[in-house]
Design a binder for this molecule. Structure first.
Ligand code: G6P
Length: 314
C-alpha cells in the first residue's frame, strides 16, 4: 500500500532536473559509496533521488537516509557493508530516526531501544522543489496499536528531508493525545570517515559530558577525543555546530532545537559482537543530534516539538 501511495505521488511530480527512482521491495539494491560491490535484497521500498546537486538514497522503513553524496564530493554517510534490510530490523548506518525516546527508555527499560519509528514504515507525504532545485521529501509516521499499548501517547512524526548541496532534516513530533507526553529523540547520523584514529571533533572542547561507558558519570571534555576504544558520550544542551575533521575533509553538523549531541563508536571489542558492524567499525563516527537525557521534553496535549539538522562537507 505504501508503494501504491508512493507511486501515485511520484506520477504527478513535475521536477526540474531531478529524478526519484523507486526501488520496490525485494529489488536488488546497491548501497552507495565504497561498497558498490555489495548488492543486497531489501524487504521494503527504497528511494533513490538524483538531482542537479546531489544523489541520495532513503529507505521507507524508518525514513532513513542511507546515503547523501553532494556533487563532486564523497558520501557524507556510512552504511555498513554488513547492514541487513529486513522488515522490523534496524538498518546499521545512514541516519536512523530514534523516537519517541532515545536509547533505553528510562521509565520502561524493556521497551525497544531508540523508540518505535526507526524499524517501521513511514509514508511519503509530500514532494516539493525549491527555486534553487533543492528537493524536499516529507515523510510521516504514526504509532500502531502495539506501539500505543507499550507507550500510551498518541503522536505523529514528520520528517522533511531537503536535498541540495547540503542535507537538511527537519523533524516535527506532535502530541496528538490528551495527556502530557514525555519525548526524547535523536537523528542518529553515521558519518563516513577514512581514518578513525586521526579523526578530530571540533565543537566539544571544555564541555561536560555523560560517559555512557561509565554509567553516565559526568566528566569534562578537557582533552582531544580519541577513538581508541568504545566511545559513547552525551553532551547535554550543547547545540551549536560541530565539525568532524577527517584528514582534509571536514563534515559540518549544524542545527536548531536538537541540543543534545551524542558521539558513538563501538571500538574493536564491542564491534566484534555487533553482527552488522564487525571489522568495519573504523569506517564511521556517529554524531547524533536530538533532545535527550537532561534535554528531554514534555509535550502538553496538542503541542509539537520541531528540530532541524543540516549536514555539509568541504
Ligand atoms: O545498536 P543500536 O541500538 O543501533 O545503538 C547504537 C548506539 O546508539 C547510540 O549512539 C547510543 O548512545 C549507544 O549507546 C548505542 O550503542
Amino acid at each position: 500500500m505504501v508503494t501504491d501511495d508512493l507511486a501515485s505521488s511520484l506520477d504527478v511530480l513535475e521536477l526540474k532536473n531531478a529524478h526519484i527512482y523507486l526501488k520496490a521491495a525485494n529489488a536488488v539494491f546497491t548501497p552507495a559509496h565504497g561498497f558498490s560491490a555489495v548488492s543486497t535484497s531489501v524487504d521494503f521500498p527504497v528511494l533513490e533521488c538524483v538531482t542537479s546537486k546531489c544523489r541520495a538514497v532513503i529507505s521507507l522503513q524508518g525514513a532513513q537516509v542511507l546515503s547523501f553524496i553532494p556533487n563532486g564530493k564523497q558520501d557524507l554517510l556510512w552504511l555498513s557493508p554488513l547492514a541487513t534490510f529486513k522488515t522490523g530490523d534496524a538498518i546499521r548506518g545512514g541516519i536512523p530516526q530514534c523516537l519517541p525516546w532515545f536509547g533505553v527508555n528510562r521509565r520502561q527499560p524493556e521497551l525497544p531501544k531508540h523508540g518505535v519509528a526507526r524499524t517501521q514504515m513511514w509514508t511519503l507525504g509530500d514532494v516539493s522543489q525549491d527555486a534553487d532545485e533543492t528537493l524536499n521529501l516529507r515523510f510521516v509516521f504514526s504509532p500502531n496499536d502495539d506501539d500505543l499499548e507499550a507507550f500510551p501517547y498518541p503522536f505523529t512524526a514528520q520528517l522533511e528531508v531537503s536535498m541540495g548541496s547540503e542535507l537538511g532534516l527537519t523533524l516535527r513530533i506532535k502530541n496528538e493525545g490528551g495527556d502530557a507526553m514525555p519525548l526524547s529523540f535523536a537523528m542518529h547520523s553515521y558519518f563516513a570517515v577514512s581514518e578513525l584514529d586521526a579523526v578530530r571533533i571540533e565543537g566539544i572542547a571544555g564541555r561536560e559530558y555523560l560517559d555512557n561507558c561509565q554509567g553516565l558519570a559526568r566528566f569534562v571534555q578537557d582533552q582531544e577525543l580519541q577513538f581508541d576504544a568504545e566511545i559513547d558520550r552525551v553532551y547535554e544542551a550543547l547545540g551549536a555546530c560541530q565539525q568532524i575533521h577527517d584528514g582534509s575533509r571536514k563534515i559540518k553538523i549544524d542545527g536548531e532545537a536538537c541540543d543534545t549531541v551524542v558521539i558513538w563508536n563501538p571500538g574493536q571489542t564491542l564491534a566484534a559482537g555487533l553482527a552488522d558492524v564487525g571489522p568495519y567499525f573504523r569506517g564511521y563516527v556517529c554524531l547524533e543530534r536530538g533532545m535527550a537525557f537532561g534535554d528531554e521534553l514534555e509535550l502538553a496535549a496538542g503541542e509539537a516539538a520541531q528540530a532541524t539538522m543540516r549536514l555539509s562537507s568541504n
